[in-house]
Design a protein around this ligand. Structure first.
Ligand code: GLN
Length: 488
């Protein structure tokens, strides 16, 4: 089945004209028709549009115009927070109404130029706030490994679509773990690049100093291929960094002899599920047997990461979301005067979690509380970054569990925001520090069988070494080959 292939396998077949982009796209559309009723990874998809893009790619193949197209004919799903010209853009929210993007995000331009088929809108927590995709205004997404469980969030649709083989790969965004956490819970590979590696132009901002776009894929090689395509400086995003983009697939040679990996003692805490701990312990042994050295390190400010994040992220969100006012766009609810119009539009359009964050964010930025909360959080953020930079003087990468537990049940944490916030304790620091991180499968719980994620963290712009280690581990274990049984 073409929808089950990796990017490397599919592009090789298309380049050799063994299959067409249309056939690959049709295989994904058929799969979506068959299983998405059970998963609901997609908010929407436009079959005619996807097939028209595929035909255009097949024309390129016919004309022999296939050089520099590493995603030739590959259907790629897009999180509903990235602008795709002429596609709907809702950010998992009601507030944008019938909004259609007038332009492409930089990452979408790059995918298109690389030959990808831009396939559908993937479900997410509203404005990327959440860890379970239960905060979407478009209904919940279910985990392909067990449809009574959440897929993680906020990029739950992006992870579930890959895990259910509905598309070959997807893009998501990660502000505090929203790529790595759902990748872990759905058993795929998901990466948050270093802050500034990938342009945010055309990404609807949640917390601008933390947000990064990144890939979900079935294996590490595909992840590296996607990073090659989406990385790079963009003059339209002043926070993108002007650093050369290496070929990340070149680093994947399996040789990790002599690399030093740090195991932070603060991460092996109580609350960590014993099966998750056992899987990470086994991964450590595996990496040692491949010739890496693993040593204990300390990241002393880890305990403050969640508190710091839940001040900084809502503060930035409260400012970013001010633009959704019913004047310039949005599903407007009229009022007698502008103030009433704003409050009615925002009151009706935003869901409870988004409102909670806006209220929290406005509070921590208000005069009198700014110094006590926001400014202090910024200082702690610097300490957290320094912890990592210090650790990276000794080690090449850091290994941790991605999440404290495997996927939880739908509804289990939705009434307790604090419990929900704690499901990202291991992923949040990476965003605060601006470094890179990847999650990849490292085993399964016994009963029910649910994926467990291993997180590797790398230095700023250290994606090559991080992916090299991830790839060596993956190839020597083969966990990524296990697929969710759905729609069989
Ligand atoms: N779960 C975290 C939050 O709710 C992270 C979300 C994200 O990375 N977008 O804010």
């Amino acid at each position: 089945m073409l929808n089950q292939l990796t990017i490397s396998e599919l592009t090789a077949k298309i380049a050799k004209r063994e299959v067409s982009a249309r056939e690959a796209t049709q295989a994904c559309l058929d799969r979506v028709a068959k299983v998405d009723g059970q998963i609901h990874a997609f908010i929407s998809h436009n079959d005619a549009d996807a097939l028209a893009q595929a035909d255009a790619v097949d024309k390129l193949v016919e004309q022999g115009d296939i050089a520099n197209r590493p995603l030739l004919g590959v259907p790629i799903g897009i999180k509903d927070v990235l602008a795709v010209k002429d596609h709907p853009l809702n950010c998992g929210s009601k507030i944008l109404g019938n909004f259609v993007s007038p332009y492409d995000a930089t990452v979408i331009e790059k995918l298109k130029a690389a030959g990808a088929i831009i396939f559908g809108r993937l479900n997410m927590d509203e404005f990327a706030m959440g860890s379970s995709t239960e905060n979407s205004a478009f209904g919940i997404t279910r985990n392909p490994w067990d449809t009574t469980r959440i897929p993680g969030g906020s990029s739950g649709g992006s992870a579930a679509a890959v895990a259910a083989d509905e598309v070959i790969a997807t893009l998501g965004t990660d502000t505090g773990g929203s790529i790595r956490q759902p990748a872990a819970l759905c058993g795929c590979v998901g990466m948050k690049p270093t802050y500034g590696r990938v342009s945010r132009y055309g990404l609807v901002a949640f917390a601008s100093s933390l947000d990064q776009v990144g890939p979900f894929s079935k294996d590490v090689r595909d992840n590296a291929t996607l990073l090659n395509v989406i990385s790079g400086y963009d003059k339209r995003d002043s926070t993108s960094v002007n650093q050369p983009v290496p070929d990340y697939t070149k680093a994947l040679d399996g040789n990790i002899k002599g690399l030093r990996i740090g195991l932070p003692k603060e991460y092996m805490i109580g609350g960590l599920d014993p099966e998750v701990k056992a899987a990470v312990d086994a991964a450590v042994k595996q990496l040692q047997s491949l010739g890496a050295t693993v040593e204990e390190i300390s990241l002393p400010h880890t305990d403050y990461a969640a508190a710091t994040y839940y001040i900084i992220a809502p503060a930035e969100a409260s400012a970013n979301l001010a633009r959704f006012d019913g004047i310039r766009y949005c599903a407007r609810v009229d009022g007698a005067d502008p103030i009433e119009l704003y409050s009615k539009t925002r009151g009706a359009g935003f869901g409870p979690e988004v409102k909670r964050r806006i209220i929290l964010g406005t509070y921590v930025l208000s005069s009198g509380y700014y110094d006590a909360y926001y400014l202090r959080a910024q200082k702690v953020r610097t300490l957290i970054r320094q912890d990592f930079l210090k650790a990276f003087e000794k080690v090449d990468a850091i290994i941790t569990p991605t999440t404290p537990t495997a996927a939880f049940k739908i509804g289990e944490k939705s009434d307790d925001p604090l419990q929900m916030y704690l499901s990202d304790v291991f992923t949040i620091s990476c965003n605060l520090a601006g470094i890179c991180g990847v999650s990849l499968p490292c085993g399964f719980t016994k009963s029910p069988k649910l994926p467990i994620g291993l997180q590797l963290l790398g230095k700023p712009f250290g994606e090559e070494v991080m992916l090299k280690i991830a790839h060596a581990y993956e190839q020597s274990t083969g966990w990524h080959k296990e697929r969710a049984v759905i729609g069989a």
